[in-house]
Design a protein around this ligand. Structure first.
Ligand SMILES: Cc1cc2nc3c(=O)[nH]c(=O)nc-3n(C[C@H](O)[C@H](O)[C@H](O)COP(=O)(O)OP(=O)(O)OC[C@H]3O[C@@H](n4cnc5c(N)ncnc54)[C@H](O)[C@@H]3O)c2cc1C
Length: 409
């Protein structure tokens, strides 16, 4: 729950004295402004604060707000299987440690380690690469065939699936609540949160000179991080532009039949079905969340999705296929009603890898974005990497720098 003080801060109504008193707790002489209190910004702000910086976190609509990429659908999968992209498996291993440590500190549960079941038609190179990476990262898993899968998880129909990986410590995160919880923790530890929209200030001598805020004021800091999710390209048309494209994503929750406890969290894991849909059970008895495949829109250059003004309404003709799939894969879900639907957006980079990088022309500005539909799980580890960049411990994070793109992309 929000305390009165954090509620004031989250709505931007905190008296200046409260904000200043909170900021004064930072011991570092240097200040950082982090724009965007979603998954990437919230954790970046928290890590910087813990390193002693005086940190102000700013957001136009609030942490985990309904327009952001971190909120729609309420939950996000965390899993270490990433095929050949082992760097993400390593990040997940670190993120799991940080989620556990911090939720214990905040006396809450954000990480639900339900396990995650990956289903594939047969063992392929991607599964073999995932298993190598999981072993290297120390993330336990089992690998089994259809017969074994049917014994362990009789609520599934494993027809046309013959190679399953079950990751023990994978599961899901309550994403909207996590953003709010991170911000509350940040404020309790002495950070300042302000509910304002931000425009980047002018650049002189290769440095940003300040931020223009929607309340008419300006904010100056020594360093700036922009973690603005799908808004990054709009905010920095030159430096980011089309390197972060918002794409509309749809999803639904299907109600579980009464008494079908084997489909609830605790007995049913998170599942990911190769090339098709994935799902999350439970989360306050919401039913089964179904996402993926036919529910994912590509970028539309003619009518680009706008995270500020887009209506979050799922078109009626998009419900049929996932419902048919669910009836096939989970026989008890035949005719299950849609109990919720949602619209959210990915913030896609050209290669679907994150962008954690310094501004190419500005010494004191960094970007954290391009989560590309898989950023949430790793946000605590991303925040740590961003703190390393801002702190000067690292000059770049291999694979995530803007330098990997041609200048004019
Ligand atoms: C349907 C769906 C399913 C997903 N599933 C998964 C999953 O299973 N696992 C996973 O790991 N990831 C998943 N993702 C991806 C993940 O949620 C995102 O990559 C991640 O949440 C992005 O976080 P972010 O902080 O970069 O952006 P956001 O959460 O969008 O945060 C950006 C913030 O910046 C603020 N902002 C923007 N512009 C300004 C401005 N000018 N001034 C002030 N504030 C500003 C916004 O209000 C917002 O709060 C999914 C995403 C979607 C949409």
């Amino acid at each position: 729950m929000l305390s009165r003080r954090s509620l004031l801060l989250s709505t931007g109504l905190a008296p200046l004295a409260v904000q200043v008193a909170a900021a004064a707790k930072g011991t570092h002489t240097r200040s950082v402004a982090v724009v965007g209190a979603g998954a990437f910004g919230g954790w970046t702000a928290l890590h910087l604060l813990r390193r002693g910086y005086r940190v102000t976190l700013l957001d136009a609509y609030g942490p985990g707000n309904a327009r952001s990429s971190s909120a729609g659908g309420e939950s996000r999968v965390i899993r270490g299987s990433y095929g050949a992209k082992e760097v993400y498996t390593q990040l997940v291993a670190r993120a799991l440690v940080l989620w556990r440590e911090n939720q214990a500190r905040w006396n809450t549960t954000l990480l639900h380690e339900t396990g995650a079941l990956f289903m594939a038609p047969h063992e392929d190179e991607s599964q073999r690469a995932s298993m190598r990476a999981l072993r290297n990262a120390g993330l336990p898993f089992d690998h089994f065939d259809r017969a074994e899968a049917s014994k362990r998880f009789p609520q599934f129909n494993f027809e046309d699936r013959d190679s399953m990986i079950f990751e023990h410590h994978a599961g899901y995160l309550t994403s909207r609540r996590a953003c709010e919880t991170v911000m509350e923790g940040f404020v309790r530890e002495g950070g300042t949160y302000r509910g304002v929209a931000v425009k980047p200030g002018s650049m002189e001598g290769g440095e940003m000179q300040g931020l223009s805020l929607s309340d008419g004021s300006t904010l100056r800091a020594d360093r700036y991080v922009f973690a603005c999710g799908p808004w990054l390209g709009k905010l920095f048309p030159e430096a980011i532009g089309k390197k972060v494209l918002p794409t509309r994503q749809l999803g639904m929750f299907l109600g579980i039949p009464s008494g079908a406890e084997e489909l609830q969290e605790g007995r049913c894991p998170v599942w990911l079905d190769s090339g098709a849909y994935y799902g999350i059970p439970g989360n306050n008895y919401r039913g089964i969340k179904v996402v993926g495949h036919t529910l994912s829109d590509d970028y539309d250059p003619v009518h680009p999705w706008d995270p500020d003004s887009g209506d979050r309404l799922m078109p009626l003709d998009r419900f049929r296929e996932p419902r048919e799939y669910m009836a096939f894969r989970f026989p008890k879900m035949k005719n299950a009603p849609v109990v919720e639907s949602f619209v959210c957006q990915y913030e896609m980079s050209p290669d679907e890898d994150y962008i954690l990088s310094r501004h190419p022309d500005c010494e004191n500005v960094w970007f954290a974005g391009g989560g590309s539909g898989h950023g949430f799980k790793n946000s605590p580890a991303v925040g740590e990497l961003m703190a390393d960049l801002v702190d000067g411990k690292k000059t770049e994070v291999s694979g995530f720098s803007l330098a990997r793109f041609p200048k004019k992309s």
